[in-house]
Design a protein around this ligand. Structure first.
Ligand code: ATP
Ligand code: MG
Length: 582
């Protein structure tokens, strides 16, 4: 119950919808009892050998009307409960999405994408059953049962009590079932999660699987996950079904005691015939309500388990958003004694540097030296362990997430595009931009020509364009997106690494436009792209080994000399192969 209180707290206007749902569903349950009473009255007419048609027709009409009202009330009640349920689900999904925005990237990465998908889609969806049906119908049925039982007590209290006798037996069976199946449920859950992860992995890795003809191994993993899920689900179901069958028979069988004892009381003269008939009919009415009440019980543990997993996500610590809300126009970035570790091992130590507006600061170093980490810390994907990163002298943790997001653009190598139109993708940079503004920027970013050449131009969906977009083109779209955002700080992480020379020139032109007047942090393997940087930091094992301009470093830093020599050798080699090839 505790859980559902929490779940409901995500619904907007819950009081209104909940009240309406319970009222209507209770009315539905009560209208459902009326026909039994009318049948009783008709039987009495029959027994008295009445041939007068009026009471029969009247009785039938009342039955018809009450059934109609029952259905109407139930339908409208369910409509309200579904409103409530889907409001709640929407609230929960929004909360989950907000949570991801506030969580450090590291904590997000601990989840497989299959697992996150499962939480967002299935676990939250599972709450619908109990929100739209379980609780409101349950309360409606409880009221229906109370009204019927009160009527029964009024007719004969002994039979009313006897009709309740099936309850403890049914509950006992349900209790035993819950105890036996709870252990299996954990396995069932784990396997369902594994299956989700391996399905998502399998689909996401399809390109690699095809190229490396690893279908067999990957498929074997996928099959194993599916087989385990099947086995654990069946195992769980097997541990429950016998009990389900037993209480499924016992609970609606309210006649079990009412009929024999009712006969006995009638024969010994302590109960009139009419009262016997009425009690039997009421017992008949109350049985299905008992059943409806417990029908959700077997799935309650699964829902609790599902909610727990949602809650673990909700309870993840937030990165605290600061209070400064203004968007920065110009910005000087300063790293002061920054130390950082993803887990235990420090990957950055005592990083100190200043990147000024209108200047390009480059980060170079071996793979794994910590270059991208510097960029990620500046974008606040993670928080520093010690030291601080300051924008115009103020710690980034004091800026609100919105202000920070507005101030920093992060262009990475894996130019991620959403599967919507190219126009929408570009607009992510600035949702308020007009179509003309977007096109003007696309022209600057050297994207316009190829976009205009696509079948639906800017309205082409990225998914439809599919392989038609080259890596370089995708990259230029992400650059245009960043240009539209027009933030004062731009981080470029290996932004020019995966393209051919022609594309590289185009990208470089696009970047020159993007970077004009900004505070730029470039992370690059190709030293040619950063040779003109205002300041170059050489990172080595998480520390700044040297700092200066290209000329200064060539003169003073052994690490940089080494890297530059190696770069020249590969550039020569590339040049030669191009000569031979061309
Ligand atoms: N999400 C992560 N969780 C744990 N460790 C990480 C994570 N990302 C990076 N690391 C580790 O941190 C160190 C620095 O990584 P980083 O990505 O900053 O290197 P890099 O200099 O950008 O390398 P490259 O040139 O290959 O891109 C590496 O040892 C890497 O294994
Ligand atoms: Mg990197």
């Amino acid at each position: 119950m505790e859980i559902f209180k929490k779940v409901y707290s995500f619904a907007e206007q819950r009081g209104k919808y909940m009240g309406r749902a319970i009222l209507l569903l209770s009315l539905g349950a009560v209208f459902g009892v009326v026909p039994y009473y009318e049948v009783y009255r008709i039987i009495l007419q029959l027994i008295s050998h009445s041939t007068e048609p009026g009471p029969y027709i009247g009785g039938a009409a009342i039955i018809l009307v009450s059934l109609l009202l029952k259905n109407l009330a139930t339908e409208y009640g369910l409509k309200a409960s579904h409103h409530l349920a889907y409001n709640t689900l929407a609230g929960m999904r929004k909360h989950a999405a907000d949570k991801l925005l506030k969580m450090p990237m590291g904590n997000i990465q601990q989840y497989g994408s299959g697992e996150l998908k499962k939480i967002f889609v299935e676990n939250i969806e599972a709450m619908e059953l109990v929100l739209a049906h379980g609780i409101p119908e349950g309360i409606g049925n409880i009221l229906g049962i109370i009204v019927t039982l009160l009527a029964m007590f009024f007719v004969d209290w002994r039979l009313a009590l006897l009709s309740l006798a099936v309850l403890p037996i049914g509950m006992l069976v349900i209790g035993i079932m819950g105890r036996n199946s709870s252990k299996k449920l954990a396995h069932y859950y784990q396997s369902s999660q594994n299956m989700n992860n391996s399905i998502v992995e399998y689909i996401r890795g399809m390109k690699v699987i095809k190229v490396f003809v690893r279908g067999d191994t990957s498929f074997a993993q996928y099959r194993k996950a599916i087989r385990e899920y099947k086995e654990f689900s069946l195992d769980w179901y097997k541990s429950c079904w016998k009990y389900m069958a037993v209480y499924g028979v016992i609970l609606p069988a309210t006649w079990l005691f009412v009929l024999p004892f009712g006969m006995l009381f009638y024969l010994e003269g302590s109960l009139g015939f009419a009262a016997l008939v009425l009690s039997l009919l009421f017992a008949l009415a109350v049985g299905p309500m008992f059943m409806k009440l417990v029908v959700f019980i077997p799935i309650l543990p699964t829902l609790t388990e599902k909610y727990k997993r949602i809650e673990v996500l909700y309870d993840q610590p937030d990165m605290k958003s600061g209070h400064i809300d203004e968007k920065l126009e110009y910005c000087t970035v300063a790293f002061e004694n920054v130390t950082f570790a993803y887990q235990e091992k420090e990957v950055l130590r005592n990083i100190n540097f200043v990147a000024r507006e209108g200047q390009v600061t480059a980060l170079v170093g071996e793979s794994g030296a910590g270059k991208s980490t510097v960029g990620r810390l500046l974008a606040r994907f993670w928080d520093v362990k010690s030291g601080s990163i300051k924008l115009n002298g103020i710690d980034i943790r004091e800026y609100s997430f919105d202000a920070l997001m507005d101030s920093v653009s992060y262009v990475t190598q894996d130019s991620f595009l959403f599967d919507t139109t190219i126009m929408e993708n570009l607009r992510h940079g600035n949702p308020k931009a007009t179509e003309e503004e977007v096109i003007a920027i696309a022209k600057k970013a050297r994207c316009h020509d190829f976009i205009a050449g696509l079948p639906s131009g800017y309205q082409t969906k990225v998914g439809e364009a599919g392989d038609r977009l080259s890596g370089g083109q995708r990259q230029r779209i992400t650059i245009a997106r960043a240009m539209l955002k027009n933030s004062p700080i731009v981080i470029l992480d290996e932004a020019t690494s995966s393209t051919d020379t022609e594309n590289e020139d185009l990208i470089q032109e696009a970047l020159n436009e993007l970077l004009l007047g900004k505070t730029v942090l470039v992370i690059a393997h190709r030293l040619s792209t950063i040779a003109h940087a205002d300041s170059i930091l050489v990172l080595k094992h998480g520390e700044i080994a040297a700092m200066g301009t290209h000329a200064e470093l060539l003169a003073a830093s052994k690490d940089y000399q080494h890297m530059w020599k190696r770069y020249e050798a590969t550039a020569d080699w590339k040049y030669q192969t191009q000569e031979i090839g061309g």
